[in-house]
Structures are given as structure tokens and as C-alpha cells.
Ligand binder design. Structure first.
Ligand SMILES: Cc1cc2nc3c(=O)[nH]c(=O)nc-3n(C[C@H](O)[C@H](O)[C@H](O)COP(=O)(O)OP(=O)(O)OC[C@H]3O[C@@H](n4cnc5c(N)ncnc54)[C@H](O)[C@@H]3O)c2cc1C
Length: 286
């Protein structure tokens, strides 16, 4: 059953790039950076995986053409959409083709981090790609995973460009911290380490405790504000996004679009009960 798009409208910019363009231009017009995410994940058919690669390549070209509204062109992708769950070589080849075009067009490609079943493979694919495309590929680490300290250390040695987030998937207690104070403590440790020792990290959170702590840290250490960027999701805390921008920090908004919005939308509802109320209120108003 296909749910109507208006349900997801707050969190997803549109069902196509052209329909999302007004929202993108509104944000970039205010001075916010963006990263575009063509939604889709966990593909199990080779043809669909290759189509996803072609769609991402098309997106790279469109994003490059729209440079007038973007300082640094940036897209976020999911490897599970390009065949990671079918055959690692297929995925590696698709990623290579995508990054070759991204480099030609000088577009930065962020490999989103998905469930723990593919963490190891995502990091291996990333590291292989990073050797060839160090300026055009980055990935994401999740502070709820117990393995992450080692991954942060390794990414600092590589001087890779990392987004740090809490993690959005349901993971078992053997491998992931479950309580918010512990996840926050680790998040802050990793954020500080990445800001000091890695290349231009993305501090992705809507959490004031973490945002304030990161601001205090960079102030204490006299770290320039342009040595990292804050990141938030489209539709979440838009006023705070602008406040942070107006304080002189870089702020990037992650803008998802496309018809495959249901899993992304479901994660946003699961993560915060206020998001469910928002959708229900809109539904009742119609
Ligand atoms: C740019 C970006 C990219 C991401 N990429 C990935 C990825 O690749 N892989 C992945 O697993 N996850 C990703 N995530 C999701 C992330 O892992 C978390 O699931 C999500 O961000 C929720 O955690 P949080 O720290 O933002 O806030 P939460 O833990 O949801 O909330 C903590 C506190 O923040 C404040 N807060 C949060 N939302 C609001 C609001 N709407 N209004 C007011 N206060 C609020 C409240 O004080 C709240 O108690 C990404 C998130 C962002 C922002």
C-alpha cells in the first residue's frame, strides 16, 4: 500500500528533484549548505541497484549544474541501494563509477551509515574508495555503536571526512549502547576528537546539549568555526538551523527526496513522539 506523500511532507522535500527544488533554493538562499539524498535502501535486485547508480550519477550532474545555489555541492547516498546486500563487488564497481563522475564534477559524496549488518562492509568500501578519491568521499560513524572509538581513531589517522551522529537503527545491546546519557557522552568525545584530528567533520544532531558542548569546546580551544560544520535534517528545528548559522557556524541541511520515503519517514517517527503528533495533527486538519 502506498501512503500519500503529504504525510511525509515535513521531513521529505518532494517526490522528485524538480519538486524539491523550491525547498532547496529557499534554504540555500538563506546561506545554509545542503546535502541531497535520493531516498531508497536495501535493494535486492541487480538491475535496481544499477538503476540507483545511474540515478545518483544523474543527481551529481544536476547538483553540479545548480552550483549557483550551492557553495560546495554535496550528496548523501546509501550503499545498500547500489547492491551492497547483493554482491560487494557489484557495489564497489557502482561506487567507483559514481565517484569517477563526482570527481569530474567536483561533487562530494557522503556514504550514509545504515544498520550494523553492513557497518563493516560500508567502512571497507569507504576506505578502498577513499584511497582513490580522498577529496570526494566521506562516511558516517554512529556513537551508539560500541566499536566506534576504534573507527574514529582510524578515521583520524586517515584524515577522512566523517559525519558523527547518534545512530538511527534499532541495534542489540551486545553491540550498541541503549541509554541516551552514554550515547551522548560518547558522541561528544568523538565529535571533539574529529574536530581536532580529522578533516572538516559534520556534527549531525538536533540535540542542544551536544550542540552547546561542541560550541563551548571550540571556543575554549580557539578552534576556527569553519573547521567543521553542524548538520541537521530537513524539516527539523529550522529556526535553530538559522540561529546556528547566524552565530557564524557552517550549517548543512540534509534534504531527502524521492518516492521511496517510507523507511526514512518511519525512522523519524520512531525517534521522537512529537514527530508522530505533528503528522497526526496534519492528518486531522485535512
Ligand atoms: C544530518 C544528519 C544525518 C544523519 N545521518 C545518519 C546516518 O547516516 N546514519 C544514521 O544511523 N543516522 C543518521 N542520522 C540520524 C541520527 O543518528 C539520529 O537518529 C537523529 O539525528 C536523532 O538524534 P539527535 O541527536 O538529532 O536528537 P534526539 O536524540 O532525537 O533528541 C535529543 C534532544 O534533542 C532535542 N531535539 C531533538 N529534536 C528536536 C526537535 N524537533 N525540536 C526540539 N528539540 C529537539 C531535544 O532536546 C531532545 O531531547 C542523521 C542525522 C542528521 C541530523
Amino acid at each position: 500500500m502506498k501512503l500519500p506523500f503529504f504525510l511525509a511532507k515535513r521531513f521529505v522535500a518532494g517526490e522528485s528533484f524538480s519538486k524539491s527544488l523550491p525547498a532547496i533554493q529557499e534554504l540555500t538562499g538563506k546561506g545554509l549548505f545542503v546535502t541531497l539524498d535520493l531516498l531508497g535502501e536495501y535493494v535486492t535486485d541487480r538491475n535496481v541497484a544499477n538503476q540507483a547508480r545511474d540515478s545518483y550519477i544523474k543527481l551529481v550532474k544536476v547538483v553540479d549544474e545548480s552550483r549557483n545555489f550551492q557553495q560546495e555541492a554535496n550528496i548523501s547516498i546509501k550503499l545498500s541501494m547500489m547492491g551492497q546486500k547483493i554482491d560487494n563487488y557489484l557495489c564497489q564497481d557502482n561506487l567507483h563509477q559514481l565517484l569517477t563522475v563526482a570527481k569530474q564534477h567536483d561533487v562530494f559524496v557522503r556514504l550514509d551509515m545504515e544498520g550494523s549488518d553492513i557497518t563493516e562492509s560500508t567502512l571497507s568500501l569507504f576506505k578502498a574508495a577513499y584511497r582513490e578519491f580522498p577529496d570526494h568521499v566521506g562516511t558516517v560513524l554512529q556513537s551508539y555503536l560500541k566499536r566506534t572509538q576504534e573507527d574514529v581513531d582510524e578515521m583520524c589517522v586517515l584524515n577522512a571526512r566523517i559525519r558523527i551522529c547518534k545512530g538511527a537503527y534499532k541495534e542489540p545491546a551486545e553491540i550498541a549502547y541503549q541509554d541516551m546519557p552514554t550515547i551522548r557522552t560518547h558522541y561528544l568525545t568523538y565529535a571533539k576528537q574529529l574536530i581536532k584530528d580529522a578533516r572538516y567533520p559534520g556534527i549531525a544532531t538536533h540535540d542542544d546539549q551536544l550542540i552547546d558542548a561542541v560550541k563551548a569546546f571550540v571556543q575554549e580551544e580557539s578552534i576556527p568555526k569553519d573547521q567543521f560544520e553542524f548538520q541537521m535534517l530537513y524539516g527539523i528545528r529550522p529556526d535553530t538551523q538559522l540561529d546556528i548559522l547566524n552565530e557564524g557556524y557552517n550549517m548543512r541541511v540534509y534534504i531527502p527526496f524521492g518516492t521511496q520515503w517510507l523507511p526514512y519517514f518511519t525512522r523519524r517517527l520512531q525517534e521522537r513522539k512529537e514527530n508522530v503528533w505533528f503528522v497526526l495533527k496534519n492528518l486531522m486538519r485535512r
